[in-house]
Design a protein around this ligand. Structure first.
Ligand SMILES: Cc1ncc(COP(=O)(O)O)c(C=O)c1O
Length: 399
């Protein structure tokens, strides 16, 4: 089975985990600072702090901007459903802005439509690493005097007119979760030029206790998962895990499991910082390699698939290959599984959050959600696998 995701764990990471040493609060402070400085250098010299996760960075941004119960926040209608639950848990009122069916992203027009007199901030997402029209959205936010939060969870290394994604809003969050462009087995980045936000976030982060264990535990769990994914039994397991009619149930369970082992409310560890430095050093090459693979895969797809328009507004970072297909996706996934290709569909890819918010005015997100197919795109795909994937997709999309 060609798996939907591949967790990037090298011998260097394992050796580091086992014998890396120096994992104590003092050493961590210096190593985490080195990682943050290196990330800052790639992000145009902005202020950068490592957090426990992308969600944690978002919480700190919302706190720093003084957003509280009852405040409205414009969010993309096509995004991670767990974010909405988290925002509502803080008493905020997310309002979904629809997305464009070709780019899957919010637009200046859809954001403008979602803004009301109660809106206190706007969140824009560079979905699957593809830059959205962040300049246009920033102009709309500025017109209304609203802070813009750039969700760069998928987009480390994306650029717009040569400027890094994450440098256009009042603040940005990045995710450093396992399959992300810079993956440190949990973690996130808070990026901002706003001094008050910096001071509020630093006061919070500097009080966190230090423990190397959560990230180490998560790394070991991911090692086991990767061994299982590479074993011959994975094909059968995938068919059992990803078969329900309402696709997305297992993925949500899987993400929930992640959340239970994710480092939360602890400081970023030495191991994560060293791993992060290695990933930053390889980031440009990784994005180049996977962007090329993305182009090759797009060219090899049979008719019936419409790939994401991802280079309209800038240079994408590589995170997931998602296309739309108007056919019966449950059947498509089942037939592909039988031939050895692990496709993700509907809520296994990302969520349409408008229904969660009781909104019926986001037809774009509903269509993208209903037609989304993620085709494996990771460094485990070589030319032979790519040819095999194209053959399988041609076979399974025949009526
Ligand atoms: C769009 C989006 N925003 C934010 C996040 C949150 O990142 P994390 O899982 O590191 O909390 C994710 C996670 O995948 C995401 O997909």
């Amino acid at each position: 089975m060609i798996p939907r995701r591949r967790i990037d764990i090298g011998w260097a990471d394992l050796a580091d985990l086992l014998v890396g040493g120096g994992d104590n609060p003092l050493a961590a402070a210096a190593q985490v600072r080195a990682f943050e400085n290196q990330a800052a250098a790639l992000l145009g010299g902005l202020w950068v702090r490592a957090t426990a996760s992308g969600r944690d960075a978002l919480d700190l941004i919302l706190d720093g901007l003084g957003l509280g119960a009852g405040d409205e926040l414009v969010v993309p209608a096509y995004t991670l459903g767990e974010l909405i639950v988290r925002l509502q848990g803080r008493g905020l009122r997310p309002v979904a802005a629809d997305v464009d069916v070709d780019s899957f992203a919010v637009t200046p027009q859809s954001v403008a439509r979602a803004i009301s007199p109660r809106t206190r901030a706007v969140v824009a997402l560079h979905v699957f690493g593809a830059p959205c029209d962040i300049r246009g959205i920033a102009a709309v936010a500025a017109q209304h005097g609203l802070p813009l939060i750039e969700d760069c969870a998928h987009a480390f290394g994306a650029r717009i007119d040569g400027r890094p994604a994450g440098s256009f809003g009042s603040a940005a969050l990045f995710s450093l979760e396992v399959a992300k462009p810079v993956a440190t087995f949990g973690g996130g980045l808070l990026v901002t030029a706003d001094r008050e936000l910096q001071a509020a976030a630093a006061a919070h982060l500097d009080r966190r206790p230090y423990s190397p264990w959560p990230a180490a535990r998560k790394t070991l769990m991911k090692c086991l998962e990767e061994c299982a994914v590479r074993s011959p039994a994975y094909g059968l397991a995938a068919r059992m895990m990803f078969r329900e009619q309402k696709a997305g149930g297992f993925e949500r369970f899987y993400r929930g499991l992640h959340d239970r082992v994710r480092p939360a409310d602890v400081a970023f560890s030495c191991f994560q910082a060293r791993r992060g430095l290695r990933r930053l050093a390889g980031l440009a090459q990784r994005n180049r390699q996977l962007n090329q693979l993305w182009t090759d895969l797009a060219a090899a797809l049979p008719p019936g698939f419409t790939v994401q328009a991802r280079a309209r507004c800038g240079e994408p970072a590589a995170y997931n290959f998602v296309a739309r297909h108007a056919g019966d996706l449950l059947r498509l996934r089942r037939r592909a599984q039988a031939l050895g290709l692990d496709l993700a569909i509907h809520g296994e890819v990302l969520d349409d959050v408008a229904p969660l918010l009781g909104q019926t005015d986001c037809p774009g997100a509903a269509q993208v959600f209903a037609q989304a197919v993620a085709i494996p795109l990771h460094l485990g795909i070589d030319a032979a696998r790519l040819r095999r994937m194209a053959e399988i997709l041609a076979a399974v999309s025949r009526p």
